[in-house]
Each structure stands twice: as C-alpha cells, then as structure tokens.
Design a protein around this ligand. Structure first.
Ligand SMILES: Cc1cc2nc3c(=O)[nH]c(=O)nc-3n(C[C@H](O)[C@H](O)[C@H](O)COP(=O)(O)OP(=O)(O)OC[C@H]3O[C@@H](n4cnc5c(N)ncnc54)[C@H](O)[C@@H]3O)c2cc1C
Length: 396
C-alpha cells in the first residue's frame, strides 16, 4: 500500500509530528516496534522533562497539554547553579518578576501518554505496532514482518541510535561521554520552593529538580565505572549519600520507587534530510540532558518540518521534494548546531576537574552572576520566551 508519509517511531517526536499533520488530506502511517500496551499506557521511566515556554505553547497547539494532569506539572521558578565544593551559586529567576516560571517539569511518560491520546483519534493517521523497520530506501521501507511499503516521504523518529539514519547513509557526530545519568524521585523534609539546583561537584554532578509537593527528581551523573556502585547501594545508603552530597539543604531525603540509568551519548546528524527522507527528534539531534534540550528541540524541529509540508500542500507542491526538505534542514540545523556543540563544551568544562578548569568554572559562574546582560540573555534562552532563544535549561 502507498502512503503520503510514513513515520518510523512513535516516541514523543514521532507522535507530535503526526499530530501536527492532523486534519490534512495526507494518508499517514506510524510504525512502532513496541507493543500497543507499551504505547497506549507508557510506563514511568524516571525522566522528568523540563519544558520551555515555547514547548508548552506547541504542546497546547497540539491539544496535548490539556491531557497532562495539572497536578503532575511543576513550575520551575528559580534555578541555582553551584560549582565544585564552593557554596557560591549562580542564580536565575529572582530578578525577572514578569516571568511566572523559567520552565515546567513534566514526567516523560505523561508527555508520551498525552501525545498518544491526541494521535489515536486522528482519522488520517494509522498506527502499526509490534513491527520494526528493517530497511529504508528513498520513499520505501521494509518491515520485520516481510512487507514493503512506499510513501512520498519517510520521516525517521527512531531514537538517537537511529537505524534508518545509517541505512540512508547519513553520517553523524557522536560523543560518548563515558558517563551515566542515574535518575530517581526523592521525598524530602523541607520545601524546594520550586527551585532547581544544579551542583557541578568534582567527580559527579547532582541535579535536584522540583516536582510537586515535597518531592524532587534527583539526577546524579557519574563516570560509567562508578555508576554501578551507586545503583547497587541499599535505599538507606542512597538516601544518606544524596542528602550528604546536597549538604542537607532539603533536610532528610527518601528514595521513592526505582533508580533508572541512562548512558550519556550525544548525537548530531550531519544533515537531517536525504532523498524523500527526513530525520526528526533524537534521530536528528540527541542531546546530553545537561541543558534539557532534547525534547524541546524535537518538538521545535517537527513543527518546522510540518509547517513546510502544510505550506507545500496549500501550494499543491510535492511534500517530499528536496527543495522542501532542504529548507527544513537549513532552518533546524541553524538552531541545533550551536546548541549541540555549545552544550558539549559546557559538559566538557564542568566535568573537567583539573586545576585550570576549576578556576575557569568558578570565574564563569561569578561573571555570569554579576553581569546583568549575560544573565538576561541566558534567562531568555532558558525559557525560550522570545522564541529565538535556544538554551532552555541547565539541568545536570
Ligand atoms: C535522563 C534524561 C533526561 C532528559 N531530560 C530532558 C529534559 O529535561 N528536557 C528535554 O527536552 N529533553 C530531555 N531528555 C531528552 C528526551 O527524553 C528525548 O529527547 C526524547 O525522549 C526523544 O524522543 P524521540 O521521539 O525522538 O525518541 P525516543 O523517545 O527514543 O523514541 C523513539 C521511538 O522509535 C521506536 N523505534 C526505534 N527503532 C525503531 C524501528 N526500527 N522500527 C520501529 N520503531 C522504532 C522506539 O521504540 C521508540 O518508541 C532527557 C533524556 C534523558 C535520558
């Protein structure tokens, strides 16, 4: 059977792209290797996603924001960044009273659930689960069940380790940080006052992100060879360890539920398009989560591509033409490239514990704190209030 568009992967990027093209005449197929149960009732995965104002706006336009229970949305009103053993903080959010919040923290599985709920009812989108894409050619895919399908455009949203990207011969820069993010939820004695803390300690980074009530998402980033020792701690040891690392700022702390771990590998495709083929989401750019860009960029990229496609429909033009795809490539690359390489530089600096780097780390924070235009610029980019800004959040 022939389709107008085939989307590979029904993660948050693929789902939001499908929703963006609802109510068009396009005949769209989504292919997802997970089961329908995993897709329709996503399980918690420990990721709490910091969304910018622009992302909230896009989620509202997609009709998905109202599907997220308000009680799981937590505004981040202030952010404090700390370096090494110093108690000196770089502060964000205090001097901008017009801003309701810097961003909003939402559990990833609620985002996925909300997006699935708005896509499952769209007439022009068919979702095929329990089958994976095994090969991709221009305008054609092969499935694990032996079928071959054609479309005017194939859009791959099949994760940062995208097999489709490789099959289409698109090279990518890949950076393995040799570090692991361990994420969990913890209850604590004192209120976080909707403040996010980013502690770039020597040897490990600790992020405490405000969830609803007296609960936070705790993200520990360590080198891969010490991750197991933290994952294997008893709950009691883990509670004491985090409380001590955080110098009891939130009083006693208690683990809730599981600890999840994610190896930190960042990827940026050299180009986002090929003949009748485009990359979106992490398949285009898989970010280190320190600046919390991943899904924010994914939402923005799919929106850019969907707009180009709708424009082509209105002008009766080919939705898979190289002219259209190149426009998307140019626009999105101009946003993702500086962010990707900039984020990797931040990680490099703030995980470098040599003496010169420690000095630069300290000076950087103090300079940013005392130089109002720099702070304003970072806050604008942090919140994506101006829609041109790109730096949503410093998170780990
Ligand atoms: C610890 C952590 C914290 C994060 N925090 C933030 C944050 O604060 N803010 C933010 O914006 N982002 C954050 N992110 C990033 C965010 O989670 C990702 O950017 C987002 O989930 C990527 O969505 P995606 O749809 O592109 O890819 P994925 O979620 O990886 O989905 C890919 C989908 O494709 C399917 N698939 C793969 N291969 C095939 C195939 N061959 N055939 C069919 N289906 C296939 C998979 O089953 C999956 O469903 C964080 C990530 C991590 C790990």
């Amino acid at each position: 059977m022939n389709y107008d568009i085939i989307i590979i992967g029904a993660g948050p990027a693929g789902l939001s792209f499908a929703r963006s093209l609802a109510k068009t005449d396009l005949n769209i197929l989504m292919i997802e290797k997970s089961s329908i149960d995993q897709l329709s009732q996503p399980a918690p995965d420990g990721r709490e996603i910091a969304l910018t104002h622009l992302s909230v706006k896009l989620m509202k336009e997609l009709g998905a924001w109202s599907h997220i229970p308000p009680e799981v949305i937590s505004p981040i009103k202030k952010a404090k960044v700390l370096n090494g053993n110093s108690s000196y903080f770089l502060n964000f959010g205090n001097d901008n009273s017009s801003l309701e919040a810097l961003g909003y923290l939402v559990p990833n599985y609620h985002i996925r659930q909300a997006l699935y709920d708005v896509v499952k009812i769209i007439d022009n989108v068919e979702i095929m689960t329990d089958v994976s894409v095994t090969d991709v050619q221009p305008g054609c895919i092969s499935l694990s069940n032996g079928n071959n399908l054609q479309a005017s455009l194939i859009v791959a949203a099949d994760s940062r380790f995208s097999n489709s990207r490789r099959k289409m011969g698109i090279p990518a820069s890949m950076h393995d940080f040799s570090r692991v993010a361990i994420v969990s939820r913890m209850e604590h004695e004192k209120s976080h006052n909707q403040t996010a803390f980013e502690c770039f300690h020597y040897g490990r980074t600790l992020a405490i992100l405000p969830m609803t009530g007296k609960m936070s998402s705790v993200v520990i980033t360590v080198s891969a060879d010490v991750a197991d020792s933290i994952l294997n701690m008893t709950e009691e040891q883990f509670n004491i360890d985090v409380e001590q690392q955080f110098k009891s700022r939130l009083g006693s702390m208690k683990l809730i539920g599981k600890r999840y771990s994610y190896p930190l590998v960042a990827v940026h495709a050299n180009r986002f398009v090929a003949e009748r083929f485009a990359l979106i989401g992490d398949a285009a750019v898989g970010m280190h989560p320190v600046t919390a860009h991943g899904f924010n960029l994914g939402l923005r990229g799919q929106n850019t591509l969907a707009k180009e496609i709708k424009d082509a429909i209105s002008k009766n033009k080919d939705i898979g033409s190289m002219q259209l795809l190149s426009k998307y490539d140019r626009k999105h690359q101009s946003i993702t490239k500086p962010l990707y390489f900039g984020t990797n530089k931040i990680v490099e600096l703030f995980t470098n514990d040599t003496l010169p780097a420690k000095v630069v780390r300290s000076v950087t924070l103090r300079f940013a704190n005392h130089f109002a235009p720099i702070k304003r610029m970072i806050t604008n980019k942090l919140t994506e209030k101006d829609e041109k800004g790109y730096l949503p959040f410093i998170k780990l």
